[in-house]
Design a protein around this ligand. Structure first.
Ligand SMILES: Cc1cc2nc3c(=O)[nH]c(=O)nc-3n(C[C@H](O)[C@H](O)[C@H](O)COP(=O)(O)OP(=O)(O)OC[C@H]3O[C@@H](n4cnc5c(N)ncnc54)[C@H](O)[C@@H]3O)c2cc1C
Length: 192
C-alpha cells in the first residue's frame, strides 16, 4: 500500500478509513467502482482534519455529499470523503416581549454542509420558521448545492475551509472552487 495511504489510516483510524470498497454500496449503482480509500466525516472537526491531511500529503480527493451531481471519474486514484456532517442549531433569536410572552420574529439557523436539504427544511418547519419550504422536495446536501451554485434566498453566509486550511466566513458569491464548505447560516422569519 502507498505509504501516504498508511499515514491517513494511522491518523484517522483503521476502523474509520476503508480501503478497496465499492462506492455503489454507499451511492447506488451509478457509482459501481472500487476505490482505494474511503472516509466518512461525521463532524466538522473530522472533515477539517481529513482535508488538511490529504492536502498536506498532496493526495487526490473527492468530497461527496449524496453524489447526485457527480459523474465519477473512472481513473480516480486517491481518497473519497463522504460528507455526513449533521449538526443543526438555532442562534441569534430576535423577538419582542409582550403580555402573551416572548414572540420570536426571526432566528439564525446554522447547518453543517452534510445536512440534507430536506432535513434542513423539516428542522426549520419544526422550529416554526419559514423560508426553506422550497428545499422540502430537493435531493442533495447543503455543501453540494452551494458548490453547484443553487441559490437559497435566506442564506446569509457560509463557513469554509480555504485552500490554506484557514476557516473563514464568506458570502455565497465569494466561494471559490478550492473551498470546502463546512456549514451555512440562514436567516429565517418566524411563521405568522
Ligand atoms: C433551492 C434549490 C433548488 C434546486 N433545484 C434543483 C432542480 O430543480 N434540479 C436539480 O437537478 N437540482 C436542484 N437542486 C440541486 C440539488 O439539490 C442537488 O442535488 C445538490 O446541489 C447536490 O448535492 P449533493 O450532496 O448530491 O452534491 P454532490 O453531487 O455530492 O456534489 C456536487 C459537487 O459539490 C462538491 N461538494 C459536495 N460537498 C461539498 C462540500 N461540503 N464542500 C466543497 N465541495 C463539495 C462535490 O465534490 C461535487 O463537485 C436545487 C438545490 C437548491 C438549493
Amino acid at each position: 500500500m502507498d505509504s501516504k495511504y498508511q499515514i491517513i489510516i494511522n491518523e484517522l483510524g483503521p476502523l474509520r478509513v476503508k480501503s478497496g470498497i465499492n462506492l455503489k454500496n454507499y451511492f447506488g449503482q451509478r457509482f459501481d467502482q472500487e476505490v482505494e480509500l474511503f472516509f466518512m466525516a461525521t463532524t466538522q472537526t473530522e472533515l477539517i482534519k481529513v482535508i488538511a491531511l490529504v492536502r498536506e500529503l498532496d493526495l487526490d480527493f473527492l468530497i461527496i455529499g449524496t453524489g447526485t451531481k457527480i459523474i465519477f471519474p473512472s481513473d480516480f486514484k486517491g481518497i473519497i470523503i463522504n460528507n455526513k456532517t449533521q449538526n443543526l442549531k438555532i442562534f441569534g433569536v430576535k423577538g419582542k416581549v409582550s403580555v402573551s410572552g416572548i414572540g420570536v420574529e426571526e432566528a439564525m439557523v446554522e447547518a453543517d454542509s452534510g445536512v440534507l436539504l430536506s432535513k434542513l427544511a423539516m428542522y426549520a418547519n419544526n422550529q416554526n420558521l419559514t423560508g426553506l419550504e422550497i428545499l422540502e422536495t430537493k435531493n442533495g446536501t447543503i455543501g453540494g448545492s452551494i458548490m453547484n451554485d443553487w441559490g437559497i434566498e435566506s442564506l446569509e453566509q457560509v463557513k469554509i475551509l480555504d485552500k490554506y486550511n484557514d476557516i473563514i466566513n464568506k458570502k455565497i458569491n465569494q466561494v471559490e472552487t478550492e473551498d470546502i464548505i463546512l456549514s451555512a447560516i440562514f436567516k429565517l422569519k418566524a411563521k405568522k
